[in-house]
Design a protein around this ligand. Structure first.
Ligand code: ATP
Length: 234
């Protein structure tokens, strides 16, 4: 098992945001977390990347308990995160933004940069443009590319389709599939449940800080409860 979360509880002050979530991600998988606003999806990702502390439970990565490991060490261990809201540096060029992802690395970055540009030709065309002047979809690509520059074993993606036009959404999901095919495990948080489930080996449905269902992605697409709650009942 590449990543395992074992009965985690997470609080914001006195408020319990996560009330005992367990989940597993195997090497090579695409796993999705779906659920309504406030279900705890983002908090789960932040707990894995070390941005939120646990109240109790464990996060195990590659067989090691990393529950207390600082975030930057988790990045070096192989956990890459593309955050919700993207966090692109507006006053840096596209290329400088990408290189920020790799600032802890001392090895040659040119092959990885070339691979990111191959996955996102739009970024290659605009590598000298300031991040802040890129469109929403392009900034999403920067955030994903920057996370890939850390050479992650697992890539955590928080709402990559948020705010994007339908054509771009399809493109982003294609790129996620390609990233996975090239060997990166993916843990995906999505409001766009339909697209996420189609692409996922497995998925977990979260409700108010708990897992209420887990199954292969395509099976959840056919699940009447999931259809009614998250797929617009179609
Ligand atoms: P969304 O799809 O809306 O992003 P989510 O499933 O990602 O939702 P979280 O952002 O993880 O949900 O939030 C889980 C719960 O924790 C919510 O009730 C939210 O209000 C609360 N919460 C999140 N961040 C904070 C914070 N910084 N301070 C206080 N409460 C927070």
């Amino acid at each position: 098992m590449l990543l395992e979360i074992d009965d985690i509880h997470v609080h914001y002050g006195k408020i319990a945001a996560i009330k005992g979530i367990s989940l597993q991600v195997e090497e090579g998988e695409i796993v999705s977390l779906i659920g309504a606003n406030g279900a705890g999806k983002t908090t789960t990702l932040k707990t894995i990347s070390g941005l939120r502390p646990l109240t109790s439970g464990r996060v195990v990565f590659n067989g090691e308990d990393i529950s207390k490991m600082p975030g930057h060490k988790r990045v070096m261990a192989g956990i890459g995160q593309s955050p919700e809201g993207r966090g692109v540096f507006p006053g840096m060029t596209v290329q400088e933004n990408l290189l920020m992802g790799a600032y802890t690395r001392k090895d040659d970055l040119s092959a990885d940069l070339a691979e990111v540009y191959e996955l996102f030709p739009r970024l290659a065309e605009r590598k000298n443009q300031f991040g802040g002047t890129m469109s929403g979809g392009e900034q999403q690509m920067i955030a994903m590319g920057r996370a890939l520059m850390t050479k992650p074993k697992v890539l955590l993606l928080d709402e990559p389709s948020m705010g994007l036009a339908p054509m771009l959404i399809a493109q982003i999901f294609e790129i996620i599939k390609e990233i996975n095919k090239r060997g990166t495990t993916v843990l995906l948080v999505e409001q766009n449940a339909q697209q996420a489930l189609k692409l996922s080996d497995r998925a977990y449905v979260l409700e108010t800080g708990r897992v209420v269902k887990s199954a292969p992605g395509p099976a959840l697409l056919d699940d009447p409860q999931v259809r009614a709650a998250y797929l617009g009942g179609h």
